[in-house]
Write a protein that binds this ligand. Structure first.
Ligand SMILES: O=C[C@H](O)[C@H](O)[C@H](O)COP(=O)(O)O
Length: 223
Protein backbone atom coordinates (compact mmCIF):
# COMPACT_ATOMS: atom_id res chain seq x y z
CA UNK A 1 0.00 0.00 0.00
CA UNK A 2 2.75 2.48 0.91
CA UNK A 3 4.40 1.68 -2.37
CA UNK A 4 1.19 2.53 -4.29
CA UNK A 5 0.89 5.83 -2.44
CA UNK A 6 4.49 6.66 -3.23
CA UNK A 7 4.01 5.86 -6.93
CA UNK A 8 1.10 8.29 -7.33
CA UNK A 9 2.91 10.94 -5.31
CA UNK A 10 5.88 10.79 -7.65
CA UNK A 11 3.66 10.62 -10.75
CA UNK A 12 1.74 13.75 -9.70
CA UNK A 13 4.97 15.66 -9.11
CA UNK A 14 5.67 15.34 -12.85
CA UNK A 15 2.88 17.89 -13.46
CA UNK A 16 4.78 20.48 -11.43
CA UNK A 17 6.90 22.86 -13.50
CA UNK A 18 9.33 25.66 -12.71
CA UNK A 19 7.69 28.90 -11.64
CA UNK A 20 4.45 27.35 -10.39
CA UNK A 21 2.61 28.12 -7.19
CA UNK A 22 1.74 24.65 -5.92
CA UNK A 23 -0.91 23.61 -3.41
CA UNK A 24 0.53 20.92 -1.16
CA UNK A 25 -2.14 18.49 0.04
CA UNK A 26 -2.42 16.62 3.31
CA UNK A 27 -2.46 12.94 4.28
CA UNK A 28 -0.50 9.75 3.93
CA UNK A 29 -0.60 9.88 0.10
CA UNK A 30 0.00 13.62 -0.39
CA UNK A 31 3.02 13.24 1.91
CA UNK A 32 4.85 11.37 -0.86
CA UNK A 33 4.03 14.15 -3.33
CA UNK A 34 5.43 16.76 -0.93
CA UNK A 35 8.55 14.65 -0.36
CA UNK A 36 9.11 14.33 -4.12
CA UNK A 37 8.71 18.09 -4.56
CA UNK A 38 11.23 18.57 -1.75
CA UNK A 39 13.63 16.20 -3.49
CA UNK A 40 13.29 18.07 -6.78
CA UNK A 41 13.81 21.43 -5.08
CA UNK A 42 16.99 20.12 -3.43
CA UNK A 43 18.42 18.02 -6.27
CA UNK A 44 17.09 19.63 -9.46
CA UNK A 45 16.78 23.25 -8.34
CA UNK A 46 13.03 23.18 -9.01
CA UNK A 47 11.80 26.73 -8.47
CA UNK A 48 8.30 26.74 -7.01
CA UNK A 49 6.34 28.24 -4.15
CA UNK A 50 4.24 25.89 -2.04
CA UNK A 51 0.95 26.69 -0.32
CA UNK A 52 0.22 24.17 2.43
CA UNK A 53 -3.16 22.75 3.48
CA UNK A 54 -2.49 21.83 7.12
CA UNK A 55 -0.02 22.36 9.94
CA UNK A 56 1.40 18.86 9.36
CA UNK A 57 2.08 19.59 5.69
CA UNK A 58 3.54 23.00 6.59
CA UNK A 59 6.01 21.35 8.98
CA UNK A 60 6.95 18.69 6.41
CA UNK A 61 7.39 21.21 3.57
CA UNK A 62 9.41 23.52 5.78
CA UNK A 63 11.68 20.65 6.85
CA UNK A 64 12.32 19.96 3.15
CA UNK A 65 13.19 23.62 2.48
CA UNK A 66 10.32 24.11 0.02
CA UNK A 67 9.71 27.89 -0.26
CA UNK A 68 6.26 28.58 1.20
CA UNK A 69 3.60 31.27 1.16
CA UNK A 70 0.19 31.32 2.74
CA UNK A 71 -2.94 31.40 0.58
CA UNK A 72 -3.33 35.06 1.57
CA UNK A 73 0.03 35.94 0.07
CA UNK A 74 -0.74 34.60 -3.43
CA UNK A 75 -3.52 35.59 -5.84
CA UNK A 76 -4.03 32.06 -7.08
CA UNK A 77 -2.47 28.62 -7.05
CA UNK A 78 -1.45 27.01 -10.36
CA UNK A 79 -1.89 23.39 -9.32
CA UNK A 80 -2.89 21.62 -6.12
CA UNK A 81 -2.17 17.94 -5.57
CA UNK A 82 -4.01 16.25 -2.73
CA UNK A 83 -5.29 12.88 -1.55
CA UNK A 84 -8.95 11.89 -1.21
CA UNK A 85 -10.97 9.40 0.81
CA UNK A 86 -13.46 8.48 -1.95
CA UNK A 87 -13.88 9.47 -5.60
CA UNK A 88 -16.99 8.78 -7.68
CA UNK A 89 -17.42 8.52 -11.49
CA UNK A 90 -18.19 12.27 -11.74
CA UNK A 91 -14.84 13.00 -10.08
CA UNK A 92 -16.61 14.28 -7.00
CA UNK A 93 -15.18 13.11 -3.72
CA UNK A 94 -15.02 13.00 0.03
CA UNK A 95 -12.05 14.51 1.83
CA UNK A 96 -11.22 15.24 5.44
CA UNK A 97 -10.37 11.82 6.83
CA UNK A 98 -7.31 13.54 8.27
CA UNK A 99 -9.34 16.55 9.47
CA UNK A 100 -7.70 18.95 6.99
CA UNK A 101 -10.75 19.59 4.79
CA UNK A 102 -11.20 23.29 5.53
CA UNK A 103 -7.72 24.45 4.56
CA UNK A 104 -7.74 21.94 1.70
CA UNK A 105 -10.98 23.33 0.32
CA UNK A 106 -9.81 26.93 0.65
CA UNK A 107 -6.59 26.17 -1.25
CA UNK A 108 -8.49 24.11 -3.87
CA UNK A 109 -10.97 26.96 -4.39
CA UNK A 110 -8.19 29.32 -5.46
CA UNK A 111 -6.38 26.72 -7.58
CA UNK A 112 -6.51 26.80 -11.38
CA UNK A 113 -6.15 23.02 -11.44
CA UNK A 114 -6.44 20.24 -8.87
CA UNK A 115 -5.29 16.63 -9.06
CA UNK A 116 -6.12 13.89 -6.58
CA UNK A 117 -3.81 10.99 -5.91
CA UNK A 118 -5.35 7.79 -4.58
CA UNK A 119 -4.98 4.05 -4.51
CA UNK A 120 -7.61 2.00 -6.35
CA UNK A 121 -9.61 1.25 -3.18
CA UNK A 122 -10.77 4.90 -3.07
CA UNK A 123 -12.57 4.72 -6.44
CA UNK A 124 -16.25 4.05 -5.75
CA UNK A 125 -19.57 4.02 -7.63
CA UNK A 126 -21.41 6.03 -4.96
CA UNK A 127 -19.96 8.24 -2.23
CA UNK A 128 -20.84 7.71 1.40
CA UNK A 129 -19.35 4.51 2.69
CA UNK A 130 -16.52 6.67 4.01
CA UNK A 131 -18.01 8.86 6.78
CA UNK A 132 -18.48 12.43 5.56
CA UNK A 133 -16.53 14.89 7.74
CA UNK A 134 -18.34 18.10 8.64
CA UNK A 135 -16.28 20.82 10.34
CA UNK A 136 -18.33 22.77 12.87
CA UNK A 137 -17.78 25.60 15.33
CA UNK A 138 -17.54 24.27 18.88
CA UNK A 139 -20.37 26.53 20.09
CA UNK A 140 -23.57 24.63 19.43
CA UNK A 141 -21.83 21.48 18.22
CA UNK A 142 -24.01 19.22 20.36
CA UNK A 143 -27.14 20.86 18.99
CA UNK A 144 -25.87 20.21 15.48
CA UNK A 145 -25.11 16.62 16.41
CA UNK A 146 -28.72 16.23 17.59
CA UNK A 147 -30.01 17.90 14.42
CA UNK A 148 -28.05 15.50 12.21
CA UNK A 149 -29.27 12.62 14.38
CA UNK A 150 -32.89 13.70 13.76
CA UNK A 151 -32.21 13.71 10.03
CA UNK A 152 -30.98 10.12 10.23
CA UNK A 153 -27.42 11.05 9.25
CA UNK A 154 -25.88 8.84 11.93
CA UNK A 155 -23.43 11.51 13.16
CA UNK A 156 -20.46 10.91 15.45
CA UNK A 157 -18.24 13.56 17.03
CA UNK A 158 -14.66 12.85 15.97
CA UNK A 159 -12.48 12.16 18.98
CA UNK A 160 -8.82 12.49 19.74
CA UNK A 161 -8.26 10.26 22.76
CA UNK A 162 -11.07 11.06 25.20
CA UNK A 163 -11.62 14.59 23.90
CA UNK A 164 -13.23 16.03 20.82
CA UNK A 165 -10.68 16.41 18.06
CA UNK A 166 -9.83 20.06 17.41
CA UNK A 167 -8.85 20.95 13.84
CA UNK A 168 -5.96 23.21 12.80
CA UNK A 169 -8.54 26.00 12.53
CA UNK A 170 -9.91 25.38 16.03
CA UNK A 171 -13.16 23.60 15.14
CA UNK A 172 -14.72 20.19 15.80
CA UNK A 173 -15.53 17.48 13.26
CA UNK A 174 -18.82 15.60 13.07
CA UNK A 175 -18.58 12.52 10.85
CA UNK A 176 -21.81 11.56 9.08
CA UNK A 177 -22.04 7.80 8.63
CA UNK A 178 -24.37 7.92 5.64
CA UNK A 179 -23.37 4.72 3.82
CA UNK A 180 -24.76 6.19 0.55
CA UNK A 181 -24.94 9.77 -0.72
CA UNK A 182 -27.59 9.83 -3.46
CA UNK A 183 -26.99 13.45 -4.50
CA UNK A 184 -23.72 15.02 -3.44
CA UNK A 185 -24.77 18.44 -4.81
CA UNK A 186 -28.00 18.54 -2.78
CA UNK A 187 -26.22 17.42 0.39
CA UNK A 188 -23.44 19.98 -0.15
CA UNK A 189 -26.07 22.73 -0.55
CA UNK A 190 -27.85 21.64 2.60
CA UNK A 191 -24.63 21.59 4.65
CA UNK A 192 -23.49 24.92 3.16
CA UNK A 193 -26.74 26.38 4.48
CA UNK A 194 -26.57 24.88 7.97
CA UNK A 195 -25.70 27.37 10.72
CA UNK A 196 -22.61 26.31 12.65
CA UNK A 197 -21.17 24.27 9.79
CA UNK A 198 -17.89 25.83 8.71
CA UNK A 199 -17.19 23.42 5.85
CA UNK A 200 -17.79 19.84 4.79
CA UNK A 201 -15.76 17.20 3.04
CA UNK A 202 -17.81 16.99 -0.16
CA UNK A 203 -15.59 18.29 -2.94
CA UNK A 204 -17.82 18.60 -6.01
CA UNK A 205 -16.44 19.63 -9.41
CA UNK A 206 -13.06 20.67 -8.08
CA UNK A 207 -10.57 18.47 -9.90
CA UNK A 208 -9.43 17.72 -13.45
CA UNK A 209 -7.59 14.45 -12.91
CA UNK A 210 -7.29 11.52 -10.55
CA UNK A 211 -4.07 9.56 -10.52
CA UNK A 212 -4.86 6.05 -9.34
CA UNK A 213 -2.34 3.44 -8.26
CA UNK A 214 -3.26 -0.23 -8.45
CA UNK A 215 -1.11 -3.33 -8.19
CA UNK A 216 -1.37 -3.48 -12.01
CA UNK A 217 0.04 0.02 -12.49
CA UNK A 218 -0.67 3.74 -12.38
CA UNK A 219 -3.60 5.16 -14.35
CA UNK A 220 -4.41 8.82 -14.97
CA UNK A 221 -8.17 9.45 -15.18
CA UNK A 222 -9.02 12.76 -16.85
CA UNK A 223 -12.32 14.51 -16.59
O1 LIG B 1 -8.02 15.51 5.80
C1 LIG B 1 -7.33 14.82 5.10
C2 LIG B 1 -7.32 14.84 3.64
O2 LIG B 1 -8.53 15.17 3.05
C3 LIG B 1 -6.66 13.65 2.98
O3 LIG B 1 -6.24 14.07 1.74
C4 LIG B 1 -7.57 12.45 2.80
O4 LIG B 1 -8.11 12.09 4.06
C5 LIG B 1 -6.81 11.25 2.20
O5 LIG B 1 -5.80 10.88 3.06
P1 LIG B 1 -4.90 9.59 2.82
O6 LIG B 1 -4.10 9.83 1.59
O7 LIG B 1 -4.05 9.50 4.06
O8 LIG B 1 -5.82 8.41 2.70
Amino acid sequence: MENLKKQVGIEAAKFVKDGMIVGLGTGSTAKYFVEEIGRRVAEEGLNIVGVTTSNVTFDLAQSLNIPLKSIDEVEYVDLTVDGADEVDPKYNGIKGGGAALLMEKIVATYSNDCIWIVDGSKIVETLGKFPLPVEVVPYGARRLLAKFEDKGYNPKMRLSGDDYLVTDMGHYIIDLHLEKIEDSYALADELDNTVGVVEHGLFNDMISKVIVARETGVEILEK
